[in-house]
Write a protein that binds this ligand. Structure first.
Ligand code: RNT
Ligand code: ZN
Length: 412
């Protein structure tokens, strides 16, 4: 008897159908962030990364061009099972000669990415890039008191909506376009309201751009603080949730963007009650929003459970968002995305109806016993079966090491 059939029986004893779990997992689409491959640098600006986000480490082999990034993404994709989308930032526009200003980028600057995605049968997601650019003034973009600066970034947002629609039309897959701004102050501001009022006005202006809501889902990502903007961020959770609700766009939660004892897993059900769709950036913060590679840790598993047990796989846009330059970047991609999928599999292998019933009936002792017992169920055997059916190897490191030796170390 194979390990899979044995494991299947063990789960069946809990009333869980492993075949159903495997089928479901195969259909979950993870939006893989392109920016793990080049430390969030992009192709359009010579500015250092800014906006309170930071990549540390100098492992050899950072992708330095469109071609290198695509080659690396291909290696990562070849090792990641399941359905994928590619998540791009506007700073990854591909230009012949001088890059276009962010306020005037057009679909044509992303033709090569569309071609890349189409060839691989993937959809594309998109993000305007409101950081690492000379037009960020005093750390402010859409909330800037300088009208020229604010208008520049409004035009950037508008251009991005048009590009997002182009992505959706070309690939046939709706595009999630996520707005995140780094705007804020290091120290206690004298006026918290005016920057937020300007941010609101800017978003209104961006969303005035006509777009097809069945093709483009605009999401808004909040953040509590960043390096250099410790005291105040314009787009905090209350702003972003209220604005999303007010305008009928989709809220996005990044689990690195809250106070360290707050958990996104606990917020998901609340947002699901009031939103048709919600979006997530899955990451791992270590003491701050450090964007470490996602591990199969408790919070990742808890986030996955909240999606699955609330029957929300179709309603949650799941994306990864982290950047580690201290280890092999391709391995970082594969490990992180696979861990999201492992967490989803664990959630799909939970007898959630039975567990909910125990809760309803106040049988909390039994609930604890069952939950703890399930932690030792043979998840690994089901995961290996998934990999086998997807034609992906379990130990991906050998392939990555080979690519590192052949390609990455030569990039100097
Ligand atoms: C920053 C946000 C944002 C970025 C990416 C690059 O704290 O999480 O999502 O990480 O857009
Ligand atoms: Zn994020």
């Amino acid at each position: 008897m194979s390990r899979y059939s044995q494991a299947k029986d063990i789960y069946a004893a809990y009333g869980i159908d492993t075949e159903y779990a495997l089928d479901k997992l195969r259909d979950v689409c993870i939006s893989v962030h392109c920016w793990q491959g080049d430390d969030v640098i992009g192709f359009d600006s010579r500015e250092a990364l800014s906006g309170g986000i930071q990549t540390t480490g100098n492992y050899p082999g950072r992708a330095r061009s469109f071609e290198e990034l695509c080659a690396d993404i291909d290696v990562a994709l070849s090792l990641i099972p399941g359905k994928k989308k590619l998540n791009l930032h506007a700073s990854y526009a591909v230009a012949e000669g001088e890059p276009a200003g962010r306020d005037e980028i057009e679909p044509k600057h992303f033709e090569k990415w569309v071609e890349f995605a189409k060839k691989r049968g993937m959809g594309l997601d998109f993000n305007p890039t409101f950081f690492a650019h000379p037009m960020v003034k005093d750390g402010l973009t859409l909330s800037s008191p300088d009208e020229e600066v604010r208008a520049y970034w409004v035009n950037h947002g508008r251009a991005c909506i048009r590009i997002a629609q182009y992505f959706a039309e070309e690939t046939g897959v709706p595009c999630v376009m996520n707005i995140w701004i780094p705007d804020g102050y290091k120290d206690i501001p004298a006026d918290r309201l005016s920057p937020r009022a300007r941010f609101k006005k800017s978003l209104d202006e961006i969303l005035d751009t006509p777009y097809d809501k069945s093709k483009v889902y605009v999401t808004l990502e909040s953040k509590v603080f960043g390096i250099g903007v410790e005291s105040y961020t314009v787009g905090n959770a209350e702003f972003c949730l209220s604005y999303s609700d007010h305008k009928g766009i989709t809220p996005l939660m990044d689990n690195g963007h809250y106070h360290p004892t707050e958990v996104v897993s606990d917020k998901i059900s609340s947002l699901l009650l009031f939103n048709e769709k919600i979006a997530l950036h899955i990451t791992r913060g270590v003491r701050w929003d450090s964007d470490h590679v996602i591990l199969l840790d408790d919070e990742t598993k808890e986030i996955a459970k909240e999606i699955v047990r609330n029957d929300a796989l179709e309603r949650v846009f799941i994306a990864t968002d982290y950047f580690d330059a201290s280890i092999n970047r391709i391995s970082a991609w594969v490990t992180g995305v696979r861990n999201v999928q492992k967490a989803l599999l664990a959630a799909l292998l939970e007898p959630s109806e039975a567990m909910k019933k125990l809760q309803e009936e106040g049988r909390l002792t039994e609930l604890m016993v069952l939950s703890e017992e399930l932690k030792l169920a043979p998840l690994g055997d089901i995961w290996n079966e998934f990999l086998e059916r997807e034609g992906k190897e379990k130990d991906y490191f050998a392939k990555i090491k080979e690519y590192e030796e052949k390609v990455l170390v030569k990039r100097i």
